[in-house]
Design a protein around this ligand. Structure first.
Ligand code: HEC
Length: 134
């Protein structure tokens, strides 16, 4: 009786550690593979784009304040093509390509500072994953 009492608390600790580590491994995997629209992409827009691409008379007719307005596109039509390679999406071209390769107008944000490599990669991955509202 006394013996099992001594073993039990330790056993409980090991079980809790196992549960915790599987949970942590799961979390780590999620942040690596899955780009989230609301957490990652909308945050980029909020800090770099919505000053011009807001809700009231947005530049280029494109509001970047939420998923629906992004997918509705701008004056030149849809800016995201979820089923095509990210390189076919105007959104990606406008933030990733150098000024001389932009199809029209300016690289975004106009006159910079442009998005950094990791932000551009996030947008690429998000479109490549199907541009989901996640
Ligand atoms: C200083 C104002 C300003 C900021 C900041 C800005 N833009 Fe723009 N954007 C414009 C203007 C003006 C146009 C229209 C002319 C052009 O396409 O160059 C435009 C056009 C666009 C278009 C093309 C829309 C269409 O349908 O023709 C996209 C896509 C775009 N911007 C994305 C972005 C993204 C993404 C950001 C943030 C990383 C951003 N812009 C930041 C001013 C801005």
């Amino acid at each position: 009786m006394e013996n099992s009492f001594k073993i039990f608390p330790g056993g409980k600790l090991i079980i809790s550690l196992l549960i915790m580590s599987t949970f942590l491994i799961k979390c780590g995997k999620n942040t690596q593979s899955g780009i989230s629209y609301s957490r990652d992409i909308q945050t980029i827009f909020q800090y770099n784009c919505t000053s011009c691409h807001g809700n009231t008379s947005p530049s280029g007719g494109l509001s970047l304040t939420n998923y629906d307005s992004l997918m509705a596109g701008g004056n030149s039509g849809p800016v995201v093509r979820p089923k095509a390679k990210p390189e076919f999406s105007l959104l990606y071209k406008k933030v990733a390509y150098s000024e001389d390769k932009i199809p029209f107008g300016s690289r975004m944000p106009p006159n910079g500072p442009y998005l950094d490599e990791s932000q551009i990669k996030y947008i690429w991955q998000w479109i490549n994953n199907g541009a989901k509202n996640n």
